[in-house]
Design a protein around this ligand. Structure first.
Ligand code: PMP
Ligand code: GLN
Length: 383
């Protein structure tokens, strides 16, 4: 048979799928792939069941459910003073993943370059490659995962089309400060670049850390694609309801890609997410409290075991240095933990294109029941 498309030749199974599979095979506690091991809120699941039983079962409009887009308009205004018109500037997607793919497909031409901070979420690179573009990584430097402004400047060339920002950041738990976002914004404006801002953990923030969408900075709204998703916020990652807010002109381009990939997104789940958003005033503080308890518990547990983990400002991940525990790299140490200690974590070197930094860490996901985290700590104790 003739060969298949060369553009996907370098693609491998994602580290999330691989580690979850290995966890299952080795009967290990799975702190690798980012998803809760407990059900999302029953009251939200009940709404979805109602929607399925009572008529929200045909195609939604391809830009997304009107109720959901109208509620997103209200939320962006209330949370961030960002004015997006639900009809022309907000679109729904199959999770943030499809949004990322569609934005990159809509913007990047073969030969274009996209600046990405590493470690990065794996779908960015894959989507850039599928569009024929090239990734230009800028390394976030441990231990606080800051970036060097000069390195960012150097990464930008006449071929650069877009910068991708992810805050709160997977896998480091870092939240970009206003100062850092201002540097990115200034360079985006000076060089006439688009910005894709992945904010799927926007509500998963701790202590006094406040999420800042880069679109709130002067002159940034019109060049930014603000991406988010209900998966983390509702603890329902399998529903895959994501969205994109951007100018009407860019929304039209984005929608043209989605029109011919998924066309529209599961109607009852869009309607259920829309209705759940009516209760965010009470839901979000409870959600944050629940995850803060998990973060504090697991973070303290790792310290007690002699690790020196980074305290995440946001997300449900902890980046944990391993150098004081082993001479192995992240992949070998992750294998040792799965096989011998029955705990699965993500080796983060896969999230880096140039730096070796990732080999010195493991990423643990603490979106797990208290008993799961406690069992994992007990298993790790024998290290
Ligand atoms: N971006 C980041 C940074 C993520 O961690 C994830 C994974 N959940 C996604 C995007 C994809 O989100 P979704 O499940 O909504 O497609
Ligand atoms: N975002 C999740 C993580 O970082 C994984 C999502 C996926 O498996 N595609 O673990």
């Amino acid at each position: 048979m003739k060969s298949t498309a060369t553009r996907i030749e370098t693609f491998k199974e994602s580290i999330f799928a691989t580690m979850s599979k290995l966890a299952l095979e080795n009967k290990a506690i799975n702190l690798s792939q980012g998803f809760p091991d407990f059900e999302g809120p029953e009251w939200i699941r009940k709404i979805a069941a109602e929607k399925i039983m009572h008529g929200s079962n045909q195609y939604a409009p391809y830009p997304g459910s009107v109720n959901l887009r109208q509620n997103l308009q209200t939320l962006y205004k209330k949370n961030y003073h960002l004015d997006y018109d639900w009809n022309s500037e907000i679109s729904i997607s199959v999770g943030a993943t499809e949004a990322i793919y569609s934005i990159i497909t809509a913007v990047v031409n073969p030969g274009d370059e996209v600046v990405v901070f590493e470690p990065f979420y794996d779908s960015y690179q894959a989507s850039i490659i599928m569009a024929g573009g090239t990734i230009k990584p800028v390394t976030l430097k441990a231990p606080d995962f800051h970036f060097d402004e000069n390195e960012l400047k150097k990464a930008i060339s006449s071929k650069t089309k877009m910068i991708i920002v992810n805050t709160p950041h997977n896998p480091t738990g870092k939240m970009f400060s206003k100062k850092e976002l201002e540097i990115v914004a200034q360079l985006a404006i000076e060089n006439d670049l688009y910005v894709l801002s992945d904010e799927v953990y926007e509500y998963l923030t701790f202590d006094d850390h406040k999420h800042i969408p880069i679109a709130t900075l002067p002159q940034m709204k019109e060049r930014t694609f603000t991406v988010s998703s209900a998966g983390k916020t509702l603890g329902l990652t399998g529903w895959k309801i994501g969205w994109v807010c951007t100018s009407a002109t860019l929304s039209t381009k984005f929608r043209m890609v989605r029109q011919f990939t998924s066309f529209s997104v599961a109607t009852p789940f869009q309607e259920a997410v829309a209705e759940a958003m009516n209760s965010f005033d009470t839901y979000i503080p409870e959600f944050q409290k629940q995850y803060k308890e998990k973060r504090d518990y697991f973070y303290a547990g790792l310290i007690e075991l002699g690790f020196k983990p980074n305290k995440p400002e946001g997300t449900y991940f902890i980046m944990c240095p391993i150098e004081n525990k082993t001479s192995k790299n992240d992949v070998d140490y992750a294998m040792e933990l799965i096989v011998d200690k029955k705990v699965a974590a993500i080796p983060p070197s896969v999230f880096y294109a140039v730096s070796d930094e990732g080999k010195k860490y493991l990423r643990f996901c603490f979106a797990k029941k208290h008993s799961t985290l406690s069992d994992a700590l007990t298993n790790l104790k024998s290290l």
